[in-house]
Design a protein around this ligand. Structure first.
Ligand code: AMP
Ligand code: GLY
Length: 433
């Protein structure tokens, strides 16, 4: 089977790595991919995974390419192409494609839509309201004593959320988003939620629009610096499983969120065949959804797929064909940890073109995989090409051994200005360093 995967990040390298292990994959293209994706080889034939020089958001060029190369399945990694309607456009052109339609992708592309949907269908979430008028927004902030999460409605690269601890801060946040439009058009409306207290976990579930298959728990580390300090990023490191929920508790949380979610999608005619990723805070009053994403998490995918024992292609096809009820997810009992190495200046900016050293050395390590994110090939060298550069991932029989292995591997690689967090999974292990 010939597959076209869209995207260029660490998530897409992990998806390409996992798909390349399927005996049924005869050809795998990644548009545009990175230096890691094109380093993979197909298990079935030993043939290389091929990068295609077309951007994941350039839908006309992708359709043109697909018309010539006829992939049997298209898999969408990032959120932007989904919000642009890539699934609708490819289906209209007669292709099989995995991912939610543009309308269904609003769970991620519009926080106001998600919040309203949760209210309509009784999904546990924070107290919240949506505004386009700053004064009305501030009156609501006052009812929350300024303890708010102020969110741009639209897509803002995971950065459009400002947490406030006072009414003065809330005023600044509302003005930044609605008046100064620091997140551009994404901030034409704000969603304001009460600021919840509790541990945050990532949930993932594959869905065919009729049933959901919930993944184990994972936890991301969104702030740039140790101890959850500094600005939010796309994600600086993950581990799975997270020890904060037992299996029965996870199943109960999944039911509380996914049962009304899938029923609501059915009632509203939303065609969601892909991956739904609720961000959840475990409060003393129970789990609360703070956002939905309509795609695999990055870097959650890196830890999930290094634990998944199923053939990923079987599962993605089952989503598209609406036969997911015939499949059970199987996971390695091992823990997996991913530590992201980012460029100098990230998340505000990023430097490009710095040579990455040590990739050969780290490739020889057992139970370790370095997923590339912002990387590019320059002659026979691999150079940095974005904010998040590498996701150094390792697994082991315990969370502690997986973590030790990931940090040992990270010590092998180096590029100028490299920054990373030293406390990924530390809290779960009771380590305070
Ligand atoms: P989001 O993009 O909506 O996930 O928000 C980014 C980050 O802000 C989340 O990962 C949380 O750490 C934090 N956050 C968002 N909403 C809330 C909330 N209602 N209460 C507390 N923290 C939040
Ligand atoms: N890991 C955060 C995200 O993918 O949105």
């Amino acid at each position: 089977m010939k597959i076209l995967l869209l995207g260029a990040g660490g998530r897409e390298h992990a998806l390409a790595w996992k798909l390349s292990q399927s005996r049924r994959v005869s050809r795998l293209w990644v548009a545009p991919g990175n230096a890691g994706t094109e380093g993979e080889r197909l298990a079935a034939s030993g043939a290389p995974v091929e990068n295609v020089a077309v951007g994941a958001e350039d839908i006309p060029a992708l359709l043109d390419w697909a018309g010539r190369f006829r992939p049997d399945l298209v898999v969408v990694g990032p959120d932007n192409p989904l919000a642009l309607g890539v699934v609708d456009r490819f289906r209209d052109a007669g292709f099989r494609i995995w991912g939610p339609t543009r309308e269904a992708a609003r769970f991620e592309s519009s926080k106001a839509f998600s919040q309203e949907f949760m209210r309509r269908h009784g999904i546990p979430t924070a107290r919240a309201a949506t505004f386009d008028d700053p004064e009305a927004a501030l009156r609501f902030c006052a009812t929350l004593d300024g303890q708010c999460a102020v969110k741009a409605d639209g897509l803002a690269l995971g950065k459009g959320v400002l947490l406030t601890g006072s009414l003065a801060e809330a005023r600044r946040a509302v003005e930044d988003i609605l008046v100064r439009q620091v997140f551009g058009a994404a901030g034409a409306r704000v969603v304001i939620q009460e600021r919840l207290i509790g541990r945050e976990i990532s949930l993932h579930a594959l869905t065919d629009g009729r049933c959901c298959r919930l993944f184990p728990t994972a936890q991301d580390h969104k702030r740039i610096r140790d101890g959850d300090q500094g600005p939010n990023t796309g994600g600086m490191g993950t581990y799975s499983p997270a020890p904060f929920l037992t299996e029965p508790e996870l199943a109960a949380v999944g039911r509380a969120i996914l049962d009304p979610w899938i029923a609501g999608c059915g009632e509203e005619g939303l065609d969601f065949r892909g991956l739904i990723y609720p961000g959840v805070i475990l409060t003393t009053d129970g789990p609360r959804v703070i956002e939905f994403n309509a795609r695999f998490g990055d870097p959650e995918t890196q830890v999930y797929l290094t634990r998944m024992e199923n053939d990923l292609l079987d599962l993605l096809e089952a989503c598209v064909d609406r036969t997911l009820d015939r499949h059970t997810l199987r996971w390695s009992p091992q823990s997996s940890v991913c530590v992201v190495a980012a460029s100098a200046g990230y998340p505000e900016s990023s430097t490009k073109g710095r040579v990455i050293h040590g990739l050969d050395r780290v490739a020889a390590r057992p139970d370790t995989k370095v997923f590339h994110a912002g990387t590019a090939r320059q002659g026979d060298r691999v150079v940095t090409h974005g904010g998040r550069v590498l996701g150094v991932t390792a697994w082991g029989g315990t969370l502690a051994s997986a973590r030790d292995r990931a940090y040992a591997a990270l010590a092998d690689v180096e590029f100028e200005g490299m920054q990373y967090r030293r406390d990924i999974a530390a809290q779960a292990l009771g380590i305070r360093d």
